[in-house]
Design a protein around this ligand. Structure first.
Ligand SMILES: *Cc1c(COP(=O)(O)O)cnc(C)c1O
Length: 383
């Protein structure tokens, strides 16, 4: 008998979404934009504590708009975390610019300030600073923002904080995603809250977000006839999906609590296994624990990551390797890479040894126990 599938991170509706959708239908605000979009933007900006937000069709679109606003173009360099989903860097290529990848450090698995410093040092020697730095907060854990912000301010290079995975997390009490010139969020189906697809670009620079709104609606000049002076995009979120987002935002704190509970339970049941380590949480930060990630020392565990993934798949449990670092991707062959230590890459090891466990906020206790027991059995621990 095939067992029920347990997903890595399934959408989790609150039940309140339908009210907002019905209201959009009742008023025929199906498109374009509309009151849900305006409200979602202001409620979101309020929640994270910034001046302005623009709702867009995806997190990828939000990164693209940020790069476009910073005038990133052909011949420019952009520094970017290597240990991330490809969407963090694809927009660099859309702009014809050159990504330079920065390794992770072990305490957050995110951008290494040491590697970043070396990249800046070389950029200065070459007389060409990057136009922007894209910092990713992996699986909900904030990067070392104090160090990174200080360094980027020193070189006067703006930060785009890719907080697609870290909505609801905090760093020294301040919301993740609010540390750069721009912050980016995603409401893709697997994220901590979802609109089925969507994203948000935020900033304290009100004019910049006004400009983003303009670029995201085909950059139409203020004239009655259709006039355009620069490249625009069709990136706005629909009024129906923004309604879903408004409802989801009201349960964000519950979602964070639920995912942290999932992490805690895995930790209690599995921390003792030989060769198993959990993704750390940096002091003075709270991770939303979007995904519970562990690393496995194959020698101590006497088990390979690949066979663990395969055995979980046989149980119809969806677990995944940690993101394959971008500097190892065929797409970015030839792009420059700065490892954490001159002679050692941290992200390579996290990729080789890391796996993400089913972590949905709607993962039931029963299903989580099934995952735990499967892992214990694979480790040959009597359950
Ligand atoms: C999901 C994700 C994105 C892209 O968001 P989409 O809404 O799917 O375009 C970008 N960066 C990271 C780190 C992500 O996890």
């Amino acid at each position: 008998m095939i067992k029920k599938r347990i997903y890595l991170s399934a959408p989790h509706m609150s039940g309140k979404e339908i009210r907002y959708i019905n209201e959009a239908f009742r008023s025929n605000w199906i498109a374009p934009l509309g009151p849900n979009v305006d409200a979602f933007e202001s409620e979101f900006a309020n929640y994270v504590g910034v001046n302005e937000a623009v709702a867009v069709s995806s997190g990828t679109a939000a990164i693209h708009l940020a790069l476009s606003l910073l005038d990133v173009k052909k011949g420019d360099k952009v520094f970017c975390s290597t240990l991330t989903f490809v969407a963090s860097a694809n927009p660099i290529l859309y702009q014809g610019a050159e990504p330079v990848f920065i390794d992770s450090e072990p305490e957050t698995w995110n951008m290494s300030p040491e590697a970043l410093e070396r990249a800046f040092h070389d950029a200065v020697l070459e007389g060409r600073l990057p136009k922007a730095v894209i910092v990713v907060n992996l699986y909900g854990q904030s990067a070392k923002m104090d160090e990174i912000v200080t360094m980027c301010n020193h070189y006067d290079v703006p930060i785009i904080e890719d907080a697609a995975e870290s909505l609801g997390s905090t760093y020294r009490g301040k919301m993740s995603g609010t540390f750069g010139k721009f912050g980016v969020f995603s409401f893709n189906g697997n994220k901590i809250i979802t609109t089925s697809g969507g994203g948000m670009l935020i900033s304290n620079d009100i004019d910049a977000i006004k400009n983003a709104r303009f670029l995201a609606t085909q950059a139409r000049d203020p004239a009655l006839h259709y006039q355009h002076s620069r490249i625009g995009f069709n990136y706005r979120l629909s009024n129906i999906l923004a309604g879903v987002g408004r409802a989801q935002l009201t349960v964000l704190e519950d979602r964070v609590a639920a995912r942290r509970k999932v992490f805690q339970k895995y930790y209690e049941k599995l921390y003792n296994l030989p060769g198993v380590k959990f993704m750390p949480e940096l002091e003075n930060t709270i991770s939303n624990r979007w995904l519970t990630a562990i690393i496995i020392d194959e020698k101590k565990a006497e088990l390979s990551v690949m066979s663990l993934l395969q055995k979980l798949a046989d149980e119809n449990i969806e677990a995944r390797p940690v993101w394959k670092p971008l500097h190892l991707q065929p797409l970015f062959e030839g792009n420059r890479y700065y490892p954490h230590n001159v002679d050692g890459s941290v992200s390579d090891g996290l990729f080789r040894n890391g796996i993400c466990l089913p972590s949905g906020s709607n993962l039931t206790d029963e299903d989580q126990i099934r995952v735990v027991n499967s892992i214990l059995q694979i480790f040959k621990v009597p359950v």
